[in-house]
Ligand binder design. Structure first.
Ligand code: GDD
Ligand code: MN
Length: 414
C-alpha cells in the first residue's frame, strides 16, 4: 500500500453546466503540500458511479494499468459519485493514495448520469474529455482506439455497439427492442443529430474540449451523447465498434424514468435547436393544405356561380388545387426549409430542376396518400378522417426524407 495520503475530494462545480475553454488546474493531486498548481493533462476520463462499490477498485486498477505510459501528456480519472448508499466515493477516495491520477467528486446536491459527467468535465484538466461506465460493461481497452481516433483529428470518437466489431452480449429481446426503438424515435425527432451516429445511446466516448467548451449544456437523464452532438461543434466524428459486456457486480439503474427523460430530452433539444428542418417542412405542408383546400372551394363554388353550365368537375378542381398546393410548398421549402442548401445553388436551371423533382415526388406522395387512405378506409375500416390523417403523416415523412435526399441534396454544389 502507498504511504501517500488520499487526495482531498474534488469540489463539486455548481451553477451552469458549461465547460470552460481552459482546463482548470487543481491543487497538485500527487503532492498537495507542494501547493503548486497541478500540471495540465492531455486526457480526462470521467467515471460516473452510483452504487458501484464492488466494481470501482477493479475498474481503477484496469484503467490505470491501461493508460499509464500509454497517454503522452498524461491522463486523469475523475470518478463522480452521487453520494451512493454503498459509499462508492469513499472506496474510490481511499484508492487515490495508490493511484495519483485518480480524483473523486462526491455530489450530494445533484443527481443524474449526464450532469455527473458534465460536472466531471467542468473540473477536468484535460484537452480531451471522455466518459466510461463504472461497471466494466464498457471494455476499457477500446479507449486506446478512441484516443487514436482523436489523435487522427476526430472531434468526437464514439464506442458503438452497432458498427463492425460491435454488439451487445446477452441483452434480452426487450432491451434490444427498447434501445433500437429509442434510436428510431430519436431519428424522427432529431434526424440531424441522432442520425450522425450508429449508436446515439452510447455512454462511452471521447470529445475534444474545444468542441463543447462555453456551450450551455442541459441534458436530461442518461443520454449525454446526444447533448454533445446537438450542442457541440462536431466536425469530424469517428466510431469504434465494441461489445457491451454483461454486468458482473451491481445492477443497472436504467428504469422507465430514463426512457421518459430521454423523450423529454429529445423534445427539449429539438425546440432549442430551433424548429428544425422537419418541423419547418411540416409547417409549410400546412400552408399547402390551406392553399389546396381554398382553391378547391373557389373552383367548385365559383364555377357553379359564374359558369353554372360549365361547372368544373370535382376531380379536375382537386387536381388543379393539389398542384397549386405543391407549387406553394415548393416555393416556401426552397426559400425557408431548405434555404441554406438552395442558396448554394442559385440559377434558374437549378431551381427548375429542384421544382420538377419536388413535383414528381409530391405527385408520387399524392398517389401513396390515396393508396394508404383507401387501404385503411376500405380494408381496415378505419374512420375516414383518421385514415386521412395517418396517410398525410406517413406521406409527410416520405416527402420530407426523399426531397431532402433527392431534390435539394443532389443539386447541391459539388
Ligand atoms: N453519478 C451517477 N449518477 N452515476 C450514475 C447514475 C447517477 O444518477 N446512474 C447511473 N450511473 C452510472 C452507473 O453507476 C454506471 O457506472 C453508469 O452510470 C451506467 O449506468 P447503468 O445503470 O449501468 O446503465 P446501463 O448499463 O443500463 O446503460 C449504460 O450503457 C448504455 C450503452 O452504452 C449507460 O451508459 C447508457 O447510457 C448507455 O446507453
Ligand atoms: Mn451498466
Amino acid at each position: 500500500m502507498s504511504d501517500r495520503q488520499p487526495h482531498p475530494l474534488l469540489p463539486t462545480p455548481t451553477g451552469l453546466l458549461q465547460i470552460p475553454e481552459q482546463a482548470v488546474t487543481a491543487e497538485n493531486p500527487a503532492d498537495p503540500s507542494a501547493g503548486s498548481e497541478a500540471p495540465p493533462v492531455f486526457f480526462s476520463l470521467i467515471v460516473p458511479t452510483y452504487n458501484e462499490g464492488k466494481n470501482v477498485e477493479n475498474l481503477v486498477k484496469i484503467l490505470s494499468d491501461l493508460l499509464t505510459g500509454q497517454v503522452p501528456g498524461g491522463y486523469e480519472l475523475i470518478l463522480v459519485d452521487d453520494d451512493s448508499p454503498d459509499r462508492t466515493w469513499e472506496i474510490a477516495h481511499s484508492l487515490t493514495a495508490t493511484y495519483p491520477q485518480l480524483q473523486v467528486m462526491r455530489r450530494e446536491n445533484e443527481r443524474g448520469l449526464s450532469t455527473a459527467v458534465i460536472r466531471g468535465w467542468q473540473a477536468a484538466r484535460g484537452e480531451i474529455l471522455g466518459v466510461i461506465d463504472g461497471d466494466l460493461q464498457h471494455p476499457p481497452e477500446v479507449l486506446l482506439q478512441l484516443l487514436a481516433a482523436i489523435e487522427q483529428g476526430a472531434d468526437l470518437a464514439v464506442a458503438s455497439r452497432h458498427v463492425g466489431g460491435g454488439g451487445v452480449s446477452t441483452w434480452s429481446l426487450l432491451r434490444r427492442v427498447l434501445s433500437r426503438g429509442a434510436q428510431l424515435i430519436g431519428l424522427l425527432i432529431l434526424p440531424g443529430v441522432v442520425g450522425r451516429v450508429s449508436d446515439p445511446m452510447s455512454g462511452y466516448f471521447l470529445v475534444r474540449r474545444s468542441s463543447i467548451a462555453q456551450r450551455q449544456l442541459s441534458p436530461l437523464g442518461y443520454k449525454i451523447l446526444i447533448e454533445v452532438l446537438g450542442r457541440g461543434k462536431i466536425r469530424q466524428l469517428t466510431e469504434v465498434g465494441y461489445v457491451f459486456r454483461e454486468r458482473v457486480e451491481g445492477e443497472s439503474k436504467v428504469t422507465r424514468k430514463q426512457y421518459i427523460d430521454y423523450l423529454r430530452h429529445l423534445v427539449k433539444l429539438r425546440l432549442s435547436l430551433g424548429l428544425g428542418r422537419f418541423l419547418r417542412f411540416g409547417t409549410v405542408g400546412f400552408t399547402g393544405l390551406f392553399v389546396d383546400l381554398s382553391i378547391f372551394r373557389i373552383l367548385r363554388v365559383g364555377s357553379q356561380l359564374w359558369f353554372p353550365t360549365l361547372g368544373i368537375p370535382a376531380e379536375l378542381a382537386s387536381a388543379i388545387s393539389g398542384e397549386m398546393g405543391i407549387i406553394n410548398n415548393f416555393f416556401w421549402n426552397d426559400l425557408w426549409t431548405f434555404g441554406d442548401i438552395s442558396r448554394q445553388q442559385r440559377g434558374r436551371k437549378q431551381r427548375l430542376k429542384r421544382f420538377l423533382k419536388f413535383n414528381l415526388i409530391c405527385l408520387i406522395g399524392l398517389a401513396l396518400n390515396t393508396l394508404i387512405f383507401s387501404a385503411l378506409f376500405r380494408v381496415f375500416h378505419v374512420n375516414e378522417i383518421v385514415a386521412k390523417l395517418i396517410a398525410i403523416a406517413i406521406v409527410t415523412f416520405w416527402n420530407f426524407w426523399i426531397n431532402l435526399k433527392l431534390s435539394w441534396r443532389v443539386t447541391e454544389v459539388k
